[in-house]
Design a protein around this ligand. Structure first.
Ligand code: ADP
Ligand code: ADP
Length: 224
C-alpha cells in the first residue's frame, strides 16, 4: 500500500483547471519524479500532495489519514513532523547562519538549542557543507545553499521529502551534486522523495516518473 496517494485531483484558479483529474502514488523509500512542461500543473499537484493547497476535488491520503479531513492546525503539524521541503531557492532564513537554519525545524519541534545544533552540524557534515556552518546563506554559493536546504529538509527525519525544482537555480554540476546528496540521504533514512522537475537529467535520479500535461497525470515507462 502506498505511503502517499492522490486520486482524481481537481483544482482551478480560474477558468482553465490547473489540475484536471491528476493522481499518483508514492511508496516509502521511493524517489518519484513529476515531469511536464511549465504551467502543466506540477507545482499545484505537489502543493496538494503536501497539504499546502486544498484541492477542489479528489483525495490525498497519507498513511491512514485523508489530508482534507484534517483541520488546518493538524495538517500543519503533520507537515512539520512527517514532511520535508526543498524549493528552487529562497527557503533559507537570510538572517540566520546556515547552522541555525538547519537547526530551526528541530527548535520549532521543541528540541533544545545544543542538541538541535549538534544534529544540524552532523547533517551539514553529511552534505559536505559544514564549512559554511557559521556563514549566512547569502555568503555561500548557490550549490552550498541548496545543500544546506537539503540538510534542513532532512534533519527532522521526514517520511516524505517534497522537492520542487531543487536544482532549478544551479548549474548542471551543482545540480547533480544536490541530487546525489538528496537521493542518498533519502535512501539512508527510507524517506520517499517527490521531485518536481522539467529536466530529464534530474528526473534520472528517480525510480519512477509521472508526466503532467494540462492538469492530467500519467506514469511513463522508462527503459533503464
Ligand atoms: P507547473 O508547476 O507545471 O509550472 P503550476 O502548477 O505552477 O504549473 O501551474 C499550473 C497552472 O495553474 C498555471 O496556469 C498557473 O499559472 C496556474 N496557477 C498555479 N498556481 C496559481 C495560483 N496560486 N493562482 C493562480 N493561478 C495559479
Ligand atoms: P514553477 O515554475 O516551479 O511551477 P511558478 O513560478 O509557476 O513555479 O510558481 C511559483 C509559485 O507561484 C507557486 O506557488 C504557484 O502556485 C504560484 N503561481 C503560479 N502561477 C501563478 C499565477 N498565475 N498567479 C498566482 N500565483 C501563481
Amino acid at each position: 500500500r502506498p505511503l502517499l496517494e492522490a486520486v482524481d485531483l481537481r483544482k482551478s484558479f480560474g477558468p482553465t483547471p490547473a489540475l484536471d483529474g491528476a493522481g499518483l502514488a508514492v511508496h516509502a523509500g521511493e524517489v518519484l519524479a513529476i515531469m511536464g512542461p511549465s504551467g502543466s500543473g506540477k507545482s499545484t499537484l505537489l502543493h496538494c500532495l503536501a497539504g499546502i493547497l486544498q484541492p477542489d476535488g479528489g483525495t490525498v491520503r497519507y498513511r491512514d489519514v485523508e489530508l482534507s479531513a484534517l483541520a488546518d492546525g493538524a495538517r500543519s503539524e503533520l507537515r512539520r513532523t512527517d514532511f520535508g521541503f526543498v524549493f528552487q531557492f529562497g527557503q533559507l532564513v537570510p538572517e540566520l547562519s546556515c547552522l541555525e537554519n538547519v537547526a530551526l525545524p528541530l527548535r520549532l519541534g521543541g528540541v533544545k538549542r545544543k542538541a538541535a545544533e549538534s544534529r544540524a552540524r552532523e547533517w551539514l557534515e553529511r552534505l559536505e557543507v559544514d564549512g559554511v556552518a557559521d556563514k549566512r546563506p547569502g555568503e555561500t554559493s548557490g550549490g552550498q545553499a541548496q545543500r544546506v536546504a537539503v540538510a534542513r529538509a532532512l534533519v527532522t527525519g521526514p517520511k516524505v521529502v517534497f522537492a520542487d525544482e531543487p536544482t532549478g537555480a544551479l548549474d548542471s554540476l551543482n545540480g547533480e551534486r544536490v541530487m546525489q546528496f538528496l537521493v542518498t540521504a533519502a535512501r539512508e533514512t527510507n524517506a520517499a522523495v517527490v521531485l518536481v522537475t522539467h529536466e530529464a537529467r534530474v528526473a534520472a535520479y528517480s525510480d519512477r516518473e509521472v508526466v503532467v500535461r494540462d492538469g492530467k497525470s500519467r506514469e511513463v515507462e522508462r527503459v533503464r
